[in-house]
Design a protein around this ligand. Structure first.
Ligand SMILES: [Zn+2]
Ligand SMILES: [Zn+2]
Length: 145
C-alpha cells in the first residue's frame, strides 16, 4: 500500500477531523480556518508524545478503520471457497496472516489523535481501560470520593 506516515486529530475549535502527512507544513483547519500548529512527525520517528497535544500517554491498537474492514471482507470472500473444505488450522493461519497485514496505529489517551505509519514504540502498551478512565474521570476513579 505504501502508506505515508500521518497524524489524524480533531480541530480544537470546531472538533472536526483533520489529517496531516509527514513533510506537510502546519496549516489552519480546513473547516473553520482556526490556526493549528500540528504537523506529523518525520517518517520513521518513534512516537513517544502526541503530535497533536504533546501528551505523553499513548497506546497502540490495530488499525481497524472502515477501509481495512472492507479489505478484510474482500479477502475473506475470495478465500472462503478455498478454505471451506480445509481444516480449522488453515482458517486459523489465514486469520493470522490477515491479522499481521493490519498495522498498529498509536493513539493519544488524551485527545485520541491517531498516528499512522510510524514504527512501533516498544515502550507503549496496548489500550488500557484503567489508564483511559483516569483520563476521562480525572485522578480518582468514579465513586472513590
Ligand atoms: Zn476547525
Ligand atoms: Zn493528544
Amino acid at each position: 500500500m505504501g502508506r505515508v506516515a500521518s497524524v489524524h486529530f480533531l480541530c480544537t475549535a470546531c472538533e472536526r477531523r483533520l489529517g496531516r502527512e509527514a513533510g506537510e507544513p502546519s496549516q489552519p483547519c480546513e473547516h473553520c480556518r482556526a490556526p493549528s500548529p500540528v504537523t506529523a512527525p518525520p517518517v520513521g520517528s518513534i512516537i513517544d508524545r502526541c503530535a497533536a497535544c504533546g501528551h505523553d500517554q499513548l497506546y497502540f491498537q490495530k488499525d481497524f478503520n472502515r477501509k481495512t474492514g472492507i479489505a478484510l471482507v474482500v479477502v475473506g470472500s475470495i478465500f472462503v471457497p478455498w478454505t471451506y473444505g480445509l481444516s480449522l488450522l488453515g482458517v486459523t493461519i489465514l486469520d493470522y496472516i490477515v491479522w499481521r497485514m493490519v498495522k498498529d496505529v498509536i493513539v493519544c489517551y488524551d485527545c485520541q489523535a491517531v498516528h499512522r505509519g510510524y514504527p512501533a514504540n516498544p515502550r507503549l502498551q496496548p489500550f488500557d481501560l484503567a489508564t483511559h478512565d483516569r483520563h476521562v474521570y480525572g485522578q480518582a476513579p468514579p465513586g472513590a470520593e
